[in-house]
Each structure stands twice: as C-alpha cells, then as structure tokens.
Design a protein around this ligand. Structure first.
Ligand code: GAP
Length: 486
C-alpha cells in the first residue's frame, strides 16, 4: 500500500497524536506538541528504549553478539551547560549549516536542501531554479540556540541550549566512574530534549527545532572499539525491526569520509523510507558513530579550529592551551591490565520524535472489514507493536443494560489495577467502537455480552487479524499481560 502522508498528518491531529505548536496563534515553524495519545505513544517509545538498553540489561552475562560483559547506566543532565562545553565539543566553532538567502522572495534556505524545496515563485520550480531567484553566497549559520543567564544580560552571560544530550554524558564520565562500581566497557545513557535552530524545519516532526534524543555513549578500550562499533550497529538496527518497522524499508548507510562529523572516525546511519521521501530516498532515524577519544580528550585539553577547519590544541607562547579544556584527567585505569588510557566511544544516537514518526508511518494501514451489518467497509487502523500502542485494551459492554456495564467496568478496573493502559467505551454500535480503537492502534478489544453473565466468558478480538476468541473473564488480565510480554 502506498502511504499518503497527508492522511497520516490528518489522523495525528484528529485523534490527538500530534498538533502544530501554538496552533491558535498560527503555529511556530519547527515546533510540535503531542496530544494525549501521542504523549503515551512517545512515552512508550522512550520507555521501551530505556527498558531494552538499560532496565533489562544483564550485566552478569553478556547478551548475544556482545564481545564481553558490560554495564549500562543512566544519567539526566541539564539542557544549559557551561559555555566552555560547547567550545571544547566543537559545536561553538563547527556546528554550522550553509545558509542561502533569496533577495527576491526573501526566503532563507539550507544550501544542501535547496533542490528539494519549492520556490514560492510561479511556475513551480525548486529554489534556485527560477529565473527570478537572486541567491546570496552560502554562509555559515550556527545551529545552537543562544540564551542569557542572569539579570544583567550581557554577551558574557550568553549560554546555549544543548544541541545534543551527549555532552552531558561526557562531562560526567569521571563522576559516574568515581561514584559507582562500574567498569569498562560501560554505556552511559540519557534521554532528553535537544534544540537546533534548523534553517528549514520540515516534513512534519522529522526535522524540528526542539526534539528529543535517546543517546548511549559506550566507553571501551581503544583496541576493542571496532568490535563494539559493529555490535551496536547490529543491535540498534534490529531494535527497530523487533518493534515492527519493515526491514525492507530500513537501511544501514555507512558515511563516506567527506561526510563524517568533526568528532567521528566512522558513522553508520540507520535510515527509514519515510512516506514523504521520494522513491529510493531514506531519512535518518539514528546515527551510530565511532567517536574515538575525541570528546574526552577535548574536555581535558581544549581544542580550537585551525585555518584548515580542523580542531587542534593550539598553544599560547607560554606553552599553555589557548582554548582551555577542563584540565581534568578523564583517562581510565584498567585494574585488570594495569593500563591507563583515554577510552574510545561508540555512540548510538537515536531521535525519540523520529522513531515515533517512523512507528506512526509504519503502523498506518487501510483494509476492508465487515461493519455491524456484515457489509465490507474501508477500515483505517494503526498496527502499532503492542509494546508501543498507547492503549493496550478496550472494554465494551454489548448493551448499556442487563448487567453488561457493571461486569465490563469490573474487567476494566482489573486491567487498570494491573497497570495496563485500558479504555472503557459504551457509546454507539459495537462495530463503531471497534473502528475507534482500530484507528488509535489498540491491539485487543474485549466485549461483555449476555453469555458473560451466564458462562463467565468474554470475547477477545484481535485488531490485525480480526480473530475473535472467547476466554474466561477472570483470565483476561493474565491473557493480556501474557500477550504484552510477547
Ligand atoms: N550526539 C550525536 C548527534 O546528535 P545527530 O545525527 O546530529 O547526532 C542524532 O543526531 C539523532 O537525533 C538523529 O539521528 C535524529 O534521530 C535526531 N535528530 C537530529 N536532529 C533532529 C531534528 N532537527 N529534529 C528531529 N530529530 C533530530
């Protein structure tokens, strides 16, 4: 089925997944709000990531495919950090996109996106291809949002909203090692907001100015780093497949040398064929980067951009580094081998909003299903993986009388008490209630009817197969829990 992005955006608004930010004021470009169902869906994406990467991680035995046993821990660091962090990370000097202005239409465009952005002049062409286009030379535009700390508000009080959560992890590497009993190899993980002043935010939530990241900085011995790079590429790729993304729409793309970010000595992007991309094009879901010892070393020594655009430690005449790092020793002492070294880092960096958008696009489906009178009708459904579905089960009394609502509410409360996200619905014909749940991706519906009161069974209906089975009402909680465990 070819998926129509307009239909997905419309469903997201109609059913309360995603809204334009500040919509009643005309919206703010590049910012999006999540409605009640979208909030639950995105929270499930974050929670499942956390559970799979940290919560359920076995640090006694190595998981399949891992070179050795390892630890995974979490941190939560601030959005605003010491401005020196961004100088040493390279973001202050190098986190730029090339920007082009058009003197004719007054538009502002990212140079590498121009070929895909329509020019506002008629007849329709892309930016730069119209006779009237008067483009300026490309110039650097730093993507970090600036803010001011304190009441004085001078340039010296300037600070930045973090453009990645990663740096909060690097600057706490020593704290984590000193305060816990973890040893290398070690993953430190963080989920949180990041901000980028994107020149051309677009494609729904795909490129936003405020978004959320789920990042792992995996610290390891330099001589083991290639093995871990391979391990994390494979493991993260499979995570998306296990949660329902179609393998045929996913690809792993290794960056050529000229595309590597300033910190990276190898990066592979996990990409998904979003429906708004042209045929054969993919959009980045997650980058898995081999960052070497770039960050820890930079936060120790400090680096400056030289005339070749490289980050180097530049010395003053007195032999001191000009762009000072923290000066703190961030090396690691390996008790087992009695060696001291600066760990290398593998970074699987995922976007929570992009993953949520991919799961939404993948879930959207239309098929034919019988209505209450047995007539085939087009049905819209969201085939979310049960772990991600915002609502796991819905409970319906067939009638609003004869004891059906009382029994249905009993089952609804038993599911709630078990911590299962459940809805109760007694409005409209049963077929209509099924459709409402299909459209928000609820995997299972339970109907209470006359038989429930005599033989104690209820009907359980599966969203995707439409299969209906009867099971004892007192087994509903166990059955839904069992299905959720997978
Ligand atoms: N720490 C490395 C880092 O930030 P990145 O490739 O720039 O690497 C990682 O970002 C992930 O963050 C991307 O794969 C994407 O999922 C998400 N991301 C980046 N910019 C985004 C934006 N403007 N809107 C939504 N998500 C974004």
């Amino acid at each position: 089925m070819t998926v129509d992005m307009d239909k997905i955006v419309a469903l997201c608004k109609r059913r309360g997944f995603i809204f334009q930010n500040s919509e009643i004021y005309g919206g703010l470009n590049g910012f999006w709000d999540y409605g009640p169902l979208g909030t639950d869906l995105k929270r499930n994406v974050r929670n499942v990531w956390w559970e799979d990467m940290i919560g359920r991680h076995d640090n006694i035995d190595a998981p399949a495919g891992a070179p050795s046993r390892f630890d995974m821990v979490g941190v939560e660091t601030t959005i605003i950090m010491h401005p020196q962090v961004w100088k040493c990370s390279g973001h202050y000097d190098l986190f730029v996109d090339k920007m082009v202005d058009c003197r004719e239409c007054k538009g502002r465009f990212r140079e590498d996106h121009m070929a895909a952005i329509p020019c506002p002049n008629k007849p329709s062409k892309m930016v730069g291809q119209h006779d009237k286009c008067q483009l300026t030379e490309p110039r650097d535009f730093n993507l970090m949002f600036k803010t001011i700390i304190g009441a004085l508000g001078t340039e010296e009080d300037a600070a930045f909203l973090r453009p990645e959560t990663a740096q909060g992890i690097f600057v706490n590497f020593k704290n984590v090692c000193d305060s816990t009993r973890v040893k290398l190899p070690l993953g430190i993980c963080q989920v949180g907001k990041s901000f980028r002043n994107e020149i051309t935010p677009r494609n729904f939530t795909f490129r936003s100015r405020e978004f959320e990241q789920m990042e792992i900085e995996f610290f390891c011995r330099p001589d083991e780093s290639q093995q871990w790079y391979q391990y994390w590429r494979d493991r993260r790729f499979n995570w998306y497949i296990n949660l329902g993304l179609d393998k045929a729409k996913l690809q792993m793309r290794e960056h050529p040398a000229e595309e590597l970010a300033h910190y990276s000595c190898g990066t592979a992007d996990i990409e998904y064929a979003f429906p708004f991309m042209s045929a054969g094009e993919y959009g980045e879901l997650e980058g898995v980067a081999h960052r070497g010892d770039f960050d820890l070393r930079s936060h120790m020594e400090g680096k400056l951009k030289n005339e070749n655009g490289e980050l180097v430690v530049e010395m003053n005449a007195d032999g001191q580094p000009k762009h000072r790092g923290s000066g703190k020793d961030l090396s690691y002492f390996d008790d087992a081998t009695r060696e001291r070294f600066i760990p290398h880092v593998i970074e699987p960096s995922a976007g929570a909003d992009r993953a949520t958008l991919a799961f939404i696009c993948e879930a959207y489906a239309e098929d034919e299903a019988p209505d209450d009178k047995g007539k085939m009708q087009t049905r819209t459904l969201m085939k979310f993986h049960p772990r991600l579905a915002p609502v796991k089960a819905a409970v319906f009394p067939l009638l609003k009388k004869d004891g059906h609502p009382e029994k249905a509410k009993e089952i609804y409360r038993a599911l709630k008490d078990a911590g299962i996200a459940v809805q109760y619905d007694e409005q409209a014909a049963i077929g209509k209630r099924y459709r409402r749940q299909d459209e928000i991706g609820t995997p299972w519906c339970l109907t209470i009817d006359g038989d429930t009161l005599t033989d104690g069974t209820v009907t359980l209906r599966d969203r995707d197969t439409l299969e209906q089975v009867r099971l004892p009402a007192n087994e509903v909680v166990d059955e839904i829990s069992r299905r959720l465990r997978g």
